[in-house]
Design a protein around this ligand. Structure first.
Ligand SMILES: [Zn+2]
Length: 189
């Protein structure tokens, strides 16, 4: 893991940030992920978790699934998972199962934990399984590359966009609580 080679992923990460912005604007988590190989985009997804029924539909999983379908193989050697937030253990493991070349991320898990602590929200909880991607990578084979902090500031700037639309002040000027959704239908990441 390190900062070497960041330049080659910055353009892709900026596209991931755009996907995250679109996801946030449609009431989802501001997260985006892509799978790329030799300049070709094999898969891309913003977070679509909130309206769905699939608890595994993190943008990284959706992008990897699309990429594998497109490649016609469950293995994606030489492909990189690029994602705005450090992937959870499930998504990191999926990249290892797919024998990908590596994972590139912007914001880190501690950033999300800090955000969650400072901005309690029953809908957008930013829950984390507190295991770093590097620890999952270290435990698996093949040993895939890990690049962190690519366009980190742009990725961090997605956090406050999440829930923004539903938190706009109502006609009486008050902010809707819990993203304007009843607690009973509040969903977590
Ligand atoms: Zn995940």
């Amino acid at each position: 893991m390190g900062t070497a080679g960041h330049d080659r992923f910055e353009a892709v990460m900026r596209k991931c940030v755009s996907l995250g912005r679109e996801a946030a604007a449609s009431g989802n988590y501001g997260l985006g992920a892509m799978v790329v190989r030799e300049g070709a985009v094999l898969g891309a997804s913003g977070s679509g978790l909130v309206e769905g029924t699939d608890p595994t539909a993190h943008p990284e999983i959706v992008a990897i699934r699309t990429a594998a379908e497109r490649a016609g193989s469950r293995y994606l050697p030489g492909a990189y998972l690029v994602t705005t937030l450090e992937p959870c253990p499930m998504c990191t493991a999926a990249a290892i199962w797919a024998k990908m070349g590596g994972i590139v991320y912007g914001a880190a898990q501690p950033d999300a934990l800090r955000w969650a602590a400072e901005h309690p929200d029953p809908t957008f909880t930013w829950r984390q399984i507190t295991m770093r991607a590097k620890d999952v990578v270290r435990a698996g084979r093949p040993l895939i590359e890990l690049h962190e902090g690519v366009c980190r500031e742009d990725c961090l700037a997605l956090f406050p966009l999440t829930g923004f639309r539903s938190r706009k002040p109502g006609p009486d000027g008050r902010q809707a609580e819990g993203g304007g959704r009843p607690a009973a239908v509040a969903r977590a990441r």
